[in-house]
Every structure is written in C-alpha cells, then in structure tokens.
Unconditional design. Structure first.
Length: 394
C-alpha cells in the first residue's frame, strides 16, 4: 500500500520572515557586496597603474644615464628640462647626488647617524616626489653617495678622520678637503645605512664613489686613526666592498665608481696606492663604473699624446686589457662576469667634447662589451651633445 505524502504547510508568520530574508539578500546584502567588490577593484586598478608607472625591473638595467647634482635636483625648472631632454633622446637613467663630496646629505634623511651628527642639508625638499617624477616616466634612478671624502663628518667625528702628522689637525687633500679613515667600520655603517634608506625610498640603485684612499695632497703626512698600515690598502677597500654587499644584497642594486686606470692595471692588479683594484669589485656589485674620462689619463698614456683627443682609443684599450686579464679568466673558471658600465666624458678638458667625441666613446664601450654608460658633466649641461644621443642609437 503506497504511503500518502503529507502536505507541509508553512505558517503565515514564518512565510513573512522568509520574505523579509529574501528582501534583505536581494535588495540590501547583494548591493552592499557588489559595492565593496567594486571599491576594491578600483583600488587594485589604481595600484596596477602605479606599478605600471614605476616598472619593476627584475633583470639588469642597460642604463644610458646622466649625472645630476643635488642642487640641480632641488630646482623644479631644471629637473623638468632634464626630464624632457632624457625623453627626447636615447637616455633612460639619471644619477642623483644624495651625499656629495661636501659630505652633506641632500634630503631629510631619517637614519640615526644623520640626525645625531647633523649632517643633513635639505636641498631636495621632497625626495619621494622627485623619484615619482622620474619613475612615472620610466626613468631609472640611481642614488650617488660619496663615501670617504667627507669634510662634514670629519668635523663631527674627528676621531675617525685623517690627521696631519705634523700639526695634529685634520689632514686636507690638494683641494682643501678632509677625509675619513677608509678602515673605519663606523664610517662604513653610516654610509651603508644611507644606501639602504635610499633603496627603500625607491631608488633603483645606489652608486658608491670615492671608495678609496686619498690620491693627492701630502700623502706622507697622513696619520690614520684606525688603519694599522699592516693590512694592505686594497684589502681594506675589498673588505668594505664585502661589507656593503652583505648588508645590501637583498635590498637593491649597487654599483661602484673606480679610477679608469684600474682597467689598465688588470694584468698586475696594482692598486695605485689608493686601494682600488678592478678584480676586487667584481664579486660585490651589480655594476662596476670605471671613470674612463680620457682627459684624466696621463699625457703619455699608451703612447698617445694628449689622450683627451683620443677618446675611442683610451676606452677601447682599457676594455681590451680588462677582457684579457679579468673577463676571459672568469669565463674559463665559469664564474659570474662583471657588468662594466663606465662613466664617459661629457665636459671639455684637454679637448672640446663635441657630439662626435661622445659617439666615439659610446662606440668603444659597445665594442668592448660594456653594459651601458653614464655621462659626467659637473654642471649638468648636456644640450651641446644632444646630437650624439638621438634615439635608436647605441
């Protein structure tokens, strides 16, 4: 006998609550949910747009850049002019001083040492806005930090600065500038802290300059408060290279400026009594930037009378020496190769540097296996060489 199904009836009051629940779901809950989803979507789009404005550079950057002092970076008009210049040429990078050879930090740094020692001189009022201006246009930003030539810190921390043996006062180079002891770990920590802050602020790279012992002035008169003269100069500098790499390798890219002549000494590893050897920088930096200004090579360099008049030959021969004595042996040992991105001359000294002279230098870098180049002009004037920087050139 079939079982008769019972008809289930829902009381009117329960039906009432069901209708209220349905009303809430369709007319209140869903619109609110959609509104929340829409709001978060808008935020994601804004974040994506910001990310696109500041391209994340995962691999190495083939930089073609110019130098900009912190004073120039503080002038809105000049910044805009140089951005326009970069955008209408093949340039894609800018090197900005955040601590130059005056020793002053050019923005409102928050590192403890800067606040304690009073080493800030706020020329760049809003460093984040400056970075945004460049990065939103796809321009790679490099923060330049002068390390051991530091007259401001020498006044604040004379216990870590070079002294004169004869007077006991702060020693000065031929330009009248004081230096810090390159062996001082406190000086290392100060500059590396600044570099870390720069990278965290958004710079794509930090560039260390004056990472060496003094090269001019009465060198024999120097008294070192930290260096014991037993450890070779080159080992002191190599240890700083290692120190900064350990501190910053997971933070961001790093480069170092070294004398151009270090390339010509690749066969002997002579440190020129300043502690700089090309081979010592190789394991510790993303880029190595020898200063290959032809005007800075000796008058009889490699049998060239007035090297400033022979930019192609100076740079080409420097690369040839480095390729033979450093790059090829590294290849044979299956070790990482250095990315050599030199500074090249964009100023008149020893010869007038026309667009043709710039082109010759670029050609020598390219043929030598260089990984980009940087133009140095202390006054940040590059308009006279624009012809050599037209797009679709290398």
């Amino acid at each position: 006998m079939a079982t008769k199904r019972r008809k289930i009836t829902i009381p009117w009051r329960e039906k009432h609550w069901i209708w209220i629940l349905l009303f809430f779901v369709f007319f209140i809950s869903i619109p609110i949910t959609l509104t929340i989803v829409y709001w978060y979507t808008i935020q994601e789009v804004k974040m994506l747009g910001s990310a696109l404005a500041r391209p994340l550079r995962i691999g190495p950057v083939y930089a073609r850049g110019i130098y900009m002092s912190s004073w120039t970076a503080s002038e809105q008009k000049r910044v805009d002019e140089l951005i326009d210049f970069i955008l209408r040429t093949e340039l894609n990078a800018v090197v900005i001083d955040i601590k130059d050879s005056t020793g002053r930090i050019a923005y409102n740094s928050d590192i403890d040492q800067a606040k304690e020692w009073g080493t800030r001189e706020i020329r760049i009022k809003d460093i984040s806005a400056l970075l945004e201006k460049f990065q939103s246009r796809g321009i790679y930003t490099i923060a330049r930090i002068v390390i051991f030539r530091d007259p401001v810190l020498a006044q604040v921390r004379p216990d870590l600065a070079l002294k004169s043996k004869h007077t006991g006062k702060l020693w000065k180079d031929s330009g009248g500038t004081q230096w810090m002891d390159p062996a001082s770990r406190e000086v290392w920590a100060y500059n590396v802290a600044l570099a870390q802050e720069a990278l965290e602020l958004g710079f794509g790279e930090v560039n260390f300059d004056y990472v060496r012992f003094p090269s001019d002035g009465n060198i024999l008169d120097i008294s070192f408060p930290v260096w014991d003269r037993e450890v070779p100069r080159s080992e002191v500098i190599r240890q700083f290279f290692e120190y900064q790499a350990q501190a910053l390798k997971h933070v961001g890219r790093r480069s170092v400026d070294i004398f151009g002549m270090t390339m010509m000494h690749s066969d002997t590893n002579y440190d020129m009594n300043i502690g700089q050897r090309f081979i010592d920088a190789v394991p510790y930096f993303n880029y190595i930037s020898p200063m290959l200004y032809p005007s800075h090579f000796g008058d009889t360099f490699d049998d060239l009378d007035n090297p400033a008049e022979h930019p192609y030959e100076v740079i080409s021969r420097s690369f040839e020496k480095t390729q033979e004595h450093i790059v090829v042996p590294l290849i044979e040992k299956n070790k990482p190769l250095p990315k050599i991105r030199p500074w090249i001359q964009a100023f008149d000294l020893g010869a007038v540097y026309t667009p043709e002279m710039i082109t010759l230098q670029k050609q020598a870098v390219l043929e030598g296996g260089g990984y980009g180049w940087l133009l140095w002009n202390a006054r940040n004037r590059y308009e006279h060489i624009e012809e050599a920087l037209r797009k679709n050139q290398k």
